[in-house]
Design a protein. Sequence first.
Length: 287
Amino acid sequence: MSNQQLIKSAHIWALTLVLACGLLAMAGKAGVMIQNQNSNQNSNSNSNSNSNSNSNTATHNQNHNMNMNKSANRNSGTSATGAQAGMGNLNSHDRDFLMDAAIGGLEEVELGRLAAQKGSSEAVKQFGQRMVDDHGNANTELMTLATSKGITLPTALDAKHQKDVTKLSAMSGAAFDRAYSKMMLSDHKKDVSEFEKQSTRGTDPDLKAFAAKTLPTLQEHLQMARALPGNEGTGGSGQRSTNRNMSDNSNMSGGNSNMNSNSNRNRNRNSNSNKNNNGNSNNSNRP
């Protein structure tokens, strides 16, 4: 083989080797790219999966929170509506009576405790204890009634009624007895009037029944209050006035009867006189 043929053969082998190396390099790059692509796809897939999972978790949490808020709103709305419904079933007169009876009953119990402790007379002490017992029982019954209607009653005195308790707390002896007796007489006159109205004009049947049931006890309290120190003789003034009016009417009737009788007697005398005159006149005309 000549030199030229050897050189040409070497060139061919060199080109073949270069081509083979190039093909191997290209194949290696392609493999790396495919791996990277697969890795990126897996990464993207995992990322999407995590994103979807987080999104689903967030959505679930949002839905859960929304459901909890809806439930809370429903419960809150139901509670508020129940209280409003309870008050809404009562008209203004019934509501006023309910609140006044509650606060008035609390005051009677507080003042009754003071009287039982500070009263100088036995009558005041006994009356005060009676107020604690009777009004305490009535307060409990009224509280139960109000609760059944979804209404909350006051459990402490307001400033106006607390002022009365504070005023009496500063007194003692006979002065305390007189002030307490006068207050009880005034309060129970008002109580009897209000409970009579509620028992006949009230709209709510339960409040009407409560007023009718409690009224006889309050009327008894009023009679007892009239007999307390300083209040004696206050209960019969109306009856005495009625008796005086009846006596006056009776006297007037008697006077009218006497006047009518006198008038009739005068007419009879005049008639007899006229008869006598006519008789005398006729006799004088005879021959």
